[in-house]
Ligand binder design. Structure first.
Ligand code: SAM
Ligand code: SF4
Length: 331
């Protein structure tokens, strides 16, 4: 079945945040003292998440991504993965994770039906990684990447937020990593989402910087089809590389015209756009599949044409954007 929004864009992709908790506290994602955590009772149960997946799958959702917070800190996540993988109509099941718990869970996740992972890693330098995540150990994230490769959670993509003055001197190290290993490194522009204290406008850098850096180093990037199918990234090969480079520019070159995403927050709010405040709770209709499907359609019918994030961070002055941090919305 074809599910479309008010602008006629096809929607087949649901991102589910299973928790707003995290074992890291990345500077661009949450404040210094973490976030005010939602109580366990306010978080959607696995049974309720499944009701949304069943309802969505019947009307056109075929791709699911599990995210958070850090999805792997929620208890018994493997059970949820197994159940979602068995829902008729779901053909792609992926996860975004910081990877630090993958050495423990990768084998079980694969066996339960998870197809692939995106692992977030913003620095290959242990001190910087620790500073960006405010507490993380680089070795644990690297071990998570190895576990994903070993257990065939492929294509293994790495998410790297480019942060001016913080990791912009590491671009060539990441390019080198994509040459040496079958890893698909997706640089992402820093987005002014939620309320946190890094100082967005001083640290935003457009991704044209990646191409310029590659050219200067005589490592030309050649456009290639996206590994693992469609998505917002522009994908490139580097000469002699086993992996690829992806550029995702939500700010300098937004991809709203091809957006196919709907989001379910950990508290059970359906959001059609990552940026805008608009959202609707699923709780009142969870026990009525038709009403749940009508709610999904209603949320999509009023999806805005585009977000209003800008490079100077002064976005949404007329209609302010969400104050939910990424860890609460689910990136
Ligand atoms: N904890 C998991 C992880 O880090 O992969 C999943 C949740 S995290 C919110 C999802 C993605 O959002 C990560 O790749 C993270 O880098 C990205 N993200 C968070 N805040 C961001 C921001 N302000 N701008 C750009 N990307 C951001
Ligand atoms: Fe946690 Fe992911 Fe946010 Fe980092 S980006 S604080 S790992 S939720």
């Amino acid at each position: 079945m074809l599910l479309t929004d008010g602008q006629g864009r096809k929607h087949d992709y649901l991102r589910i945040s299973v928790t707003d908790r995290c074992n890291l506290r990345c500077v661009y994602c949450m404040g210094d003292d973490g976030i005010e955590q939602t109580s366990h009772s306010a978080i959607l149960s696995y049974e309720d998440i499944l009701k949304v997946v069943f309802a969505g799958a019947e009307i056109g959702i075929s791709k699911i991504r599990i995210t958070g917070g850090e999805p792997l800190v929620r208890k018994n996540l493997v059970k949820l993965i197994r159940k979602i993988a068995a829902v008729p109509g779901i053909s792609d099941l992926a996860m975004t994770t910081n990877g630090t718990l993958l050495p423990r869970y990768a084998a079980e996740l694969k066996e339960a039906g998870l197809k692939r992972v995106n692992i977030s890693i913003d620095s290959l330098n242990p001190v910087k990684y620790h500073n960006i995540t405010r507490c993380g150990e680089l070795q644990q994230a690297l071990a998570g990447i190895e576990a994903a490769l070993q257990h065939d959670l492929k294509p293994v993509k790495l998410n790297t937020v480019l942060i001016k003055g913080v990791n912009d001197d590491e671009v060539l190290d990441f390019l080198q990593l994509a040459r040496e290993k079958p890893l698909h490194i997706r640089f992402i522009e820093y987005m002014p989402i939620g309320d946190h204290d890094l100082g967005y406008s001083n640290h935003y850098l457009p991704l044209s910087y990646i191409r310029e850096t590659a050219e200067k180093a005589k490592l030309p990037l050649t456009p290639v089809p996206l590994p693992g199918g469609a998505g917002p990234a522009e994908s490139y090969n580097i000469a002699g590389g086993k992996g690829t480079i992806g550029l995702i520019h939500p700010i300098s070159k937004h991809f709203c015209d091809s957006c196919n995403r709907l989001r379910l927050t950990a508290e059970g709010a359906l959001k059609a756009c990552l940026y805008w405040q608009d959202e609707k709770p699923v709780q009142p209709v969870l026990d009525d599949k038709k009403a749940l499907q009508a709610l999904i359609r209603e949320v999509l019918s009023s999806k805005p044409l585009e977000h209003q994030m800008t490079a100077d961070g002064k976005c949404g002055l007329v209609n302010p954007g969400t104050m939910r941090t990424m860890s609460k919305t689910g990136g």
